[in-house]
Design a protein around this ligand. Structure first.
Ligand code: GBH
Length: 486
């Protein structure tokens, strides 16, 4: 029992929703089948196979393109309320534009959505989870200001098609990962490293989101009553110790990693946060730029963005500890603007992913931070998960899930407005550069087998039990792992 906890049995209310998540590139496979266009991840991994830990890319992944009925069967076994999956933009619009609409690509999503609805499972659709059409990347991708309109056009096609069937929409998954990892750290496709691009990307992705939101609000909302949100990668950050400089470094870190993305949408005043504006302006000046590398949002853009979400999707995995950095790197980049060093708690349990350790209190503290700074936003936890090696008896995932759900129950008790919780992931999949070397699934996938055989792990049975009972039992264990007969 943590200091912030006690022994009371808490319960998820009956209207709290439970779900699981995947994304198109990571599970669908069929990368060049039935007219699908190339995505930036297809291109990146085909050109650079060596960056993938175990060499397994998304060409086949879980072959969900073929086995979606099995996926829905698993959702039924779990008893989840909703399934969060993403639509592959290049599968439905191979050129990136609505001029070419791929019937067979849409057929796949028609089938998946209908199969879900047949069994009363709510679809939660992410429009964009990292897989930009390569043809749009060739035009500059997210640093081209026209990307705002490209995305709006794409969103319109998809809204038109599924508005009567889909009530939960997420425009973009993790703008902060897209813009800082892919356009800054060279850690995600398309791998650019320009120093200025992180912020241009941030502005464009946020505006793209807001335009899609306003489009839905204007054209569909009254009639179809759906909700549109956006998912942010929001891990918690604490100072490595209580020294003034590390406390200040942590505030800077939060400014760049949380507030830069939330302030424009959830704050009363809108716009990028003033702390971040000041730091980037100052460094830009020192570096000889004539203007801040952080672009200005016009009054019109600020207004467009402010309030442009019905819910905040939180992808929360872990906590980091922040210290000041010894080296003061002068070359322009997002990372250097933040200018801190990150460590992980040495007592925290380590997962199979280097970046991921278990620190459940962080979810609680993050919730309180968001409540205080953004006035109790409506939240869905749109991803939380834990990685292991292959194996069905995944006790570390069970323990991690229980502890984080307990932290969430405390956050709810303290007023956090959370509507639902989503496990990443329904099944093992292609974890980007980690390939299949890090397993996040409630179901194990045998990638060597012909039908990408899926088998429930212990965590799947435990999650089913939590959904069923609405409580988190410390020591319940299934007697066998056959979820179909549980
Ligand atoms: C999620 O991001 C993604 O949305 C999801 O697609 C993915 O499957 C899931 O993570 C699990 O990996 O390798 O040291 O450069 C969560 C936030 C940000 C975590 C980028 C991993 C890369 C760390 N992610 N980060 S590193």
């Amino acid at each position: 029992v943590e200091a912030w906890s006690d022994n009371r049995q808490r319960k998820f209310s009956n209207d709290f929703k439970f779900g699981v998540s995947t994304s198109a590139y990571q599970v669908e496979g069929a990368w060049n089948v039935d007219g699908k266009g190339e995505s930036i991840w297809d291109r990146y991994f085909h050109d650079n196979p060596k960056v993938i830990t175990d060499g397994r890319n998304g060409d086949e992944a879980c072959d969900s393109y073929y086995y979606y009925k099995r996926d829905v069967e698993m959702l039924r076994e779990l008893g989840v309320d909703y399934y969060r999956f993403s639509i592959s933009w290049p599968r439905v619009l191979p050129s990136g534009f609505p001029n070419e609409q791929n019937k067979l690509g849409f057929q796949y999503y028609d089938n998946l959505i209908d199969e879900l609805l047949k069994y009363n499972i709510t679809p939660m659709v992410t429009l964009y989870h990292f897989d930009l059409p390569q043809k749009l990347q060739d035009l500059g991708g997210w640093v081209n200001p026209l990307s705002v309109d490209w995305f709006e056009d794409y969103a319109k096609v998809v809204f038109d098609k599924y508005t009567s069937k889909v009530k939960y929409w997420i425009t973009v998954n993790q703008p902060n990962s897209i813009c800082t990892s892919a356009y800054g750290e060279a850690a995600m496709a398309p791998v650019l490293n320009k120093g200025v691009s992180e912020y241009e990307c941030t502005k464009n992705v946020l505006l793209a989101h807001a335009k899609a939101y306003r489009l839905y609000e204007k054209e569909y909302k009254n009639k179809y009553k759906g909700s549109v949100g956006i998912s942010m990668s929001l891990n918690w950050a604490d100072p490595a110790d209580n020294s003034t400089e590390n406390v200040e470094a942590t505030e800077v870190f939060r400014g760049f990693n949380i507030d830069l993305f939330l302030n424009p949408i959830w704050s009363k005043t809108g716009d990028f946060p003033s702390t971040v504006k000041k730091i980037v302006a100052k460094k830009s000046k020192q570096q000889g730029f004539s203007e801040s590398r952080l672009p200005v949002l016009s009054p019109k853009e600020i207004k467009l963005l402010r309030g442009s979400a019905d819910f905040l999707g939180i992808n929360h995995y872990t906590t980091v500890l922040v210290k000041t950095s010894d080296e003061d790197v002068q070359s322009p980049s997002f990372v250097n603007d933040v200018g801190v060093e990150i460590v992980l708690g040495d007592k925290w349990k380590q997962s199979q992913s280097a970046w991921l350790r278990s620190a459940p209190y962080g979810l609680y503290k993050l919730s309180i931070y968001l409540n205080q700074n953004y006035d109790y936003p409506t939240i869905f936890i749109t991803e939380h998960g834990w990685s292991t090696k292959p194996g069905l008896r995944d006790r570390s995932r069970v323990e991690n899930m229980r502890q984080y759900l307990n932290a969430l129950l405390l956050a709810i008790e303290d007023g956090t407005n959370v509507k639902g919780y989503t496990v990443w992931s329904l099944m093992d999949n292609v974890e980007w550069q980690a390939g299949t070397s890090e397993r996040f699934g409630l179901y194990e996938v045998d990638f060597e087998s012909k039908d990408k055989k899926r088998t429930a792990r212990m965590s799947a049975l435990v999650y089913k039990r939590i959904i069923d009972t609405r409580i988190v039992e410390e020591d319940w264990e299934p007697k066998h792992l056959n979820i179909a007969t549980l």
